[in-house]
Design a protein around this ligand. Structure first.
Ligand SMILES: Cc1cc2nc3c(=O)[nH]c(=O)nc-3n(C[C@H](O)[C@H](O)[C@H](O)COP(=O)(O)O)c2cc1C
Length: 442
């Protein structure tokens, strides 16, 4: 029986917006490499396949009263730099990070992730995002993000060029043969000749082909365009669904799109987002959740909801519904999150109820080890997920509890591996090593 892939998205003190206020977390962890090293080693001991760092290339510059209480991405390491350091502190866990196709060039990204793949011995993964905030745009010469469709068009071409660059050297091109005096075999270089709507690249990467052939491509776009892009290019997809039924629909939809792009369904693994709080009793887990929820300042609640609704919610009373005239007709940032909030608004919730309920498409599972394992087993065995992207409300305590209590239970059920399948991320999650396009039958 195949086993499930386990990934974890790590924010320094945990995924809950108030995690840094909780006494169990290290408030200074965000720029402390020892803190991240310990987290990555913990995840590796727990047989996680992937340690993932999300990113946006900007600190917010407005609404600072609220961001001062919820410092997401306000003081963080650049992901590639961080992951390179973690490569030296771990041996098997995959190292994934976000880099935006809207604010970089394919050559930079191809080179950085190829380097990380070498540094880590085949454990690199790139989360391809088009970015979804104007703060980032303003750091890169733009006033605001280009429209959604244009960002995805650029992303498609961007990934295509990156992959071409990753194939510019055949495996084994670097001979380092002192006898013949040849450091590399000139016949094994295949420069890119790309002329597209967004990029012109004529040249080759200055690093040999990656241990994984190509680093793993991750994608998490939820819109129709995002899904189509994932079906065409992604190997790991982070999904966000709050029920097993919608999880199955997403899974079937995404895998169903792959044939059009000539890809078999097993070439892509869906990792369902799962915020989890595990404790010995259901009540204890619920209490932990409510303790954290109570720490959300109303300004933070308003701001987080407003960000994804793309609406200014300041000044509105907390215990009344949002007036319809404040709700935009459509979204340019996170379409799926936007639709999800509209659904909650239609239920008639007040502003306070909305921000307490809204979890960016997910729902935190609070339960005993058995309940959490049952949930994961159901999703895994009924076609809603090939694995999970776990987030823990507080770190490291949340991850420690999961590893101590849930992982052994899943192993007993034969759902999580006990031994590593190999040394590369591809081997451990069951993705094949891509052949080089320039090598016949390669
Ligand atoms: C687990 C997970 C991690 C994500 N990480 C990032 C990230 O690091 N940076 C980012 O800009 N977007 C991130 N996203 C957002 C998605 O990449 C995507 O922009 C969003 O789901 C909207 O998709 P759409 O534009 O196709 O609607 C993440 C989404 C999920 C579910």
């Amino acid at each position: 029986m195949p086993t499930m892939a386990l990934a974890t998205l790590v924010h320094p003190t945990g995924s809950h917006p108030a995690s840094w206020l909780h006494p169990s977390t290290a408030a200074g962890g965000s720029t402390d490499i020892a803190h991240y090293r310990a987290l990555a080693q913990l995840a590796e001991r727990g047989m996680f396949d992937l340690f993932f760092i999300a990113d946006t290339p900007a600190a917010r510059t407005t609404n600072l009263e609220a961001y001062a209480r919820f410092p997401l991405f306000m003081n963080v390491f650049e992901p590639l730099t961080l992951l390179s350091a973690l490569a030296g502190a771990t041996t098997h866990i995959g190292l994934g990070g976000t880099a935006s196709t809207s604010f970089s060039e394919p050559y930079n990204i191809a080179r950085q992730f190829a380097s990380l793949d070498h540094i880590s011995g085949g454990r690199a993964a790139w989360n391809v995002v088009t970015s979804a905030n104007d703060f980032a745009a303003r750091n890169f010469g733009l006033d605001r993000l280009p429209p959604h469709g244009d960002r995805y068009e650029r992303a498609r071409e961007f990934v295509d060029v990156v992959r071409k660059l990753w194939d510019t050297w055949e495996d084994g091109a670097f001979l380092r043969d002192r006898e013949s005096g040849l450091f590399f075999d000139p016949a094994k270089q295949h420069p890119v000749a790309h002329e597209g709507a967004h990029f012109r690249v004529h040249g080759a990467l200055n690093i040999e082909r990656a241990p994984q052939g190509q680093p793993v491509i991750i994608q998490a776009g939820a819109s129709d365009t995002g899904r189509e892009f994932a079906a065409e290019t992604a190997e790991l997809v982070f999904s966000s669904d709050s029920t097993v039924e919608s999880g199955r629909r997403f899974y079937a939809d995404l895998k169903g799109r792959m044939a059009r792009h000539g890809r078999p369904p097993e070439a892509l693994k869906v990792l369902a987002g799962l915020p989890a709080i595990v404790a010995d009793s259901e009540q204890e887990a619920e209490d932990m959740y409510q303790t954290l929820q109570a720490l959300i300042h109303p300004d933070v609640g308003r701001m987080r909801l407003g960000m994804d609704l793309e609406a200014d919610l300041s000044g509105l009373p907390l215990d009344e519904p949002i007036p319809p005239e404040r709700i935009p007709a459509s979204a340019n940032l996170h379409r799926a999150y936007f639709e999800h909030i509209l659904g909650l608004i239609r239920e008639g919730l007040t502003l306070r109820q909305l921000y307490m309920r809204y979890e960016r498409g997910n729902r935190t599972i609070r339960g005993t080890p058995r309940q959490v394992a049952d949930h994961m087993e159901e999703w895994f065995t009924t076609g809603a997920a090939d694995g999970f992207m776990l987030t823990f409300s507080v770190l490291p305590a949340g991850m420690e509890a999961f590893i101590a209590k849930v992982v052994p239970e899943l192993q007993r059920r034969g759902l999580v591996k006990r031994e590593w399948a190999g040394r590369t991320l591809r081997e451990n999650v069951g993705l094949r090593r891509p052949p080089n396009r320039h090598v016949a039958g390669g």
